[in-house]
Design a protein. Structure first.
Length: 293
């Protein structure tokens, strides 16, 4: 009977866990809908902004903006976008591994000299790099409490100021790009200086005539910072949607696994119960036979 009691306790425990994972899946599905709407609405704007910037800046010199100035990457800043919470499968570890691989492949010499800094957006990446004694700048764990363009812009402006002042020669951002609920694409992009592909569309650029006020240089100087801010905001929104997609998928799989485990436990319980009943019947029949004999 002790064995039956243990199985009953396990069944109750798995049923409770299944209810929790099912509820978490539903919550993530609701949050995913809102996060997906945000990133889908931003993408056309970000794409059009890059296109206009490319058309306008194709004829400008490199010195027209400090944010397109190519320098030797002696000091590097890596922006790692993760989440504040776990229970999302390999979502956080994958983005951290991608950032670590980027540092190892491209900036190993800078790391040895202590010239690699980290801006972590999300508690998981913040904790990971602080525990390993990386040079982590700031704390941005509260960004997801109010994920707005204005709040992300504060981070971007600090990064842009550091780049202008020579604190960083190159800035790269690593994040999960959202494709759908089940698929997230690990992405690393150069944030600063703006890649030439963004600033110069070369011969592929379509000739578009604009009426420019006050002049082309002033407009491009205004658009380049806005493009940088939009790019980082888009990366954070992509990661936010990917987080909820990964968590929803993970909780769905956990719910299925709990169901499979419940079936196995109930089968084991029924078999043990049947064995106990059979043993009791055998003992009764044996006892009756002994009395009659």
């Amino acid at each position: 009977m002790a064995n039956l009691k243990e199985v009953r306790i396990r069944i109750a425990s798995v049923q409770s866990t299944q209810q929790i994972t099912k509820a978490m899946k539903m919550v993530s599905a609701a949050k995913l809908k809102r996060a997906t709407n945000a990133i889908v609405q931003l993408r056309p704007y970000a794409t059009k902004l890059k296109e206009i910037l490319g058309n306008l800046s194709a004829s400008l010199e490199g010195g027209s903006s400090p944010f397109i100035e190519e320098r030797e990457p002696n000091k590097v800043l890596i922006v790692v976008v993760s989440s504040n919470r776990g229970l999302a499968g390999a979502f956080n570890m994958n983005v951290i591994k991608t950032a670590n691989n980027l540092i190892a492949e491209k900036y190993s010499e800078q790391l040895k000299k202590g010239n690699v800094s980290i801006v972590a957006i999300g508690k998981k990446s913040q904790d990971f790099y602080e525990k390993r004694n990386y040079k982590v700048i700031g704390n941005n764990n509260e960004i997801y409490a109010a994920l707005t363009f204005e709040n992300v812009t504060k981070i971007t402006e600090a990064i842009m100021t550091g780049f202008e002042q020579g604190e960083f020669d190159r800035v790269e951002v690593v994040y999960n790009q959202f494709k759908n609920a089940a698929v997230q694409i690990l992405t690393s992009e150069q944030l600063l200086p703006l890649p030439k592909a963004v600033v110069n569309l070369e011969a592929k650029a379509t000739n578009v005539e604009y009426i420019l006020e006050p002049n082309q240089e002033e407009i491009v100087k205004e658009l380049i910072p806005k493009s940088i801010k939009t790019q980082l905001y888009k990366a954070v929104l992509d990661s936010h949607a990917s987080e909820h997609g990964a968590r929803m998928t993970s909780m769905d799989k956990a719910t299925e696994n709990a169901g499979d485990l419940l079936k196995a436990l109930k089968l084991a319980y029924n078999q043990a119960r049947q064995a106990a009943i059979t043993t009791e019947l055998t003992e009764i029949v044996s006892g009756a036979a002994a009395l009659n004999g």
